[in-house]
Write a protein that binds this ligand. Structure first.
Ligand SMILES: *[C@@H]1O[C@H](CO)[C@@H](O)[C@H](O)[C@H]1NC(C)=O
Ligand SMILES: *[C@@H]1O[C@H](CO)[C@@H](O)[C@H](O)[C@H]1NC(C)=O
Ligand SMILES: *[C@@H]1O[C@H](CO)[C@@H](O)[C@H](O)[C@H]1NC(C)=O
Length: 375
């Protein structure tokens, strides 16, 4: 029950991709793992250390899976690695699920570190998005520990990134842990240690949420509160090229007071398609756990409160979803889900005015998220 079997052909395909990605020639298996506490459960996979589902009741006791996704790992594997924002058919959203490496939401094609220029694998025009064509979301992680039941079920994935992977310098040990606790709380812990060279690290969770249940329609009626008074001004490539940080006051980005996501979405400007794809600076002290956001769906009564220890959060409203095949025969259209991706400053490696995301050898990067669900 906890671990479903996947078709052999898929396992072989995935295993061979993994072997290439790790450069070890070792074979690893892709699996689906469940963590359960009564009527609260999640499924994750070591293919990209992804969150596949999160099930909980609503105020009437009806269970629903509140994250978007695909039915099989084969469909995640099949998602092409390139991005083309002008090409909705090629803009494949689910591959962005778990972890990006070197600048999350968007970044430049390379950077200067220790006086040396690094050229990264470009997968989004001139940019490296979500860690490159084969970022951490496209590799097979090792299941380090797995405790499916009990007071605090958890699973830990591990990956060693090699020097030069997608253009990034140095070997890096990375871990992602998913942990359930009472009541209806999901903790996600990511850490990484640079082994031999300084390297920028900016991992994120790209889960799409719909508190009414995935495939139940759009999230425009969800009420969002963001604990963020400022945002990083992004250019049309979603890069903070000006380095400018501006107040949200008086803009459609202002969610300091709880506001329906759809209330001002038509007034958001700058993107190639209408919707939110904005990077906020979270109020408060950067490395402390503090509230980031609270989202509530009045229809189901479900709510999620996110806490994290990161500097920024990307709000994305699934603007490019369009007739996208999802789980359980559902189809996802524009605004079918929202993401709240906590992370460090985007493209910090190219912006000395931003706090650094570079991890020196022996240093540790630590990213903690807590999702407190209720209904
Ligand atoms: C859009 O994506 C499709 C499917 O991957 C591809 O065949 C087509 O060439 C792309 N068009 C452009 C303009 O990039
Ligand atoms: C990173 O997380 C893993 C798994 O939770 C843990 O075993 C390891 O000690 C952590 N690394 C550091 C340097 O704290
Ligand atoms: C969705 O795709 C259809 C067909 O390709 C296109 O006509 C429509 O404009 C798209 N909608 C959005 C919101 O991109």
């Amino acid at each position: 029950m906890a671990r479903s079997q996947l078709p052999l052909a898929l396992l072989c395909l995935a295993a061979s991709l993994g072997a290439q990605a790790t450069g070890t020639g070792g074979r690893k298996m892709v699996g689906v793992y469940e963590l359960r506490m009564g009527d609260f459960s999640v499924k994750v996979t070591n293919w990209g250390a992804r969150l596949l589902s999160l099930v909980l009741p609503d105020s009437k006791g009806n269970l629903a899976d509140v994250v978007l996704g695909k039915d099989t790992i084969a469909e995640y594997v099949a998602v092409r690695s390139g991005y083309s924002k002008g090409n909705a058919t090629a803009y494949l959203v689910f591959e962005k699920a778990a972890a990006g490496y070197w600048e999350a939401s968007a970044n430049l094609a390379g950077g200067v570190l220790d006086g040396k220029v690094y050229h990264l694998q470009r997968n989004d025009g001139r940019n490296t998005l979500h860690g490159g064509g084969r970022g951490f979301r496209k590799i097979i992680w090792t299941v380090k520990e797995y405790m499916p039941y009990g007071d605090s079920p958890y699973i830990t994935f591990y990956y060693r990134s090699f020097d030069g992977e997608q253009g990034f310098p140095g070997n890096l040990d990375a871990y992602v842990t998913y942990r359930l606790s009472s009541p209806y709380t999901l903790g996600v812990h990511m850490n990484a240690t640079a082994l031999d060279k300084p390297t920028p690290v900016n991992l994120l969770l790209h889960t799409y949420w719909n508190l009414g249940g995935h495939g139940s329609g759009d999230v425009l009626g969800h009420t969002l509160r963001l604990f963020a008074s400022r945002y990083t001004v992004l250019d049309e490539d979603l890069l903070p090229s000006s380095g400018r940080i501006a107040p949200v006051a008086g803009t459609p980005l202002d969610f300091r007071a709880p506001t329906p996501i759809g209330a001002r979405i038509r007034h958001v400007t700058g993107g190639k398609v209408v919707g939110y794809d904005a990077n906020y600076v979270i109020d408060g002290e950067q490395e402390r756990m503090r509230p980031v956001a609270r989202v509530e769906d009045g229809v189901s009564g479900r709510a999620v409160e996110l806490w994290a220890n990161q500097a920024t959060v990307q709000l994305y409203t699934g603007n490019w979803l369009n007739n996208t095949k999802g789980k359980d025969g559902k189809v996802y259209n524009q605004y079918a889900g929202f993401t709240l991706e906590t992370m460090g400053y985007v493209d910090a490696v190219n912006h000395p005015e931003f706090p650094s995301q570079t991890v020196l050898p022996g240093q540790e990067y630590k990213h903690e998220m807590v999702f407190k669900l209720s209904f």
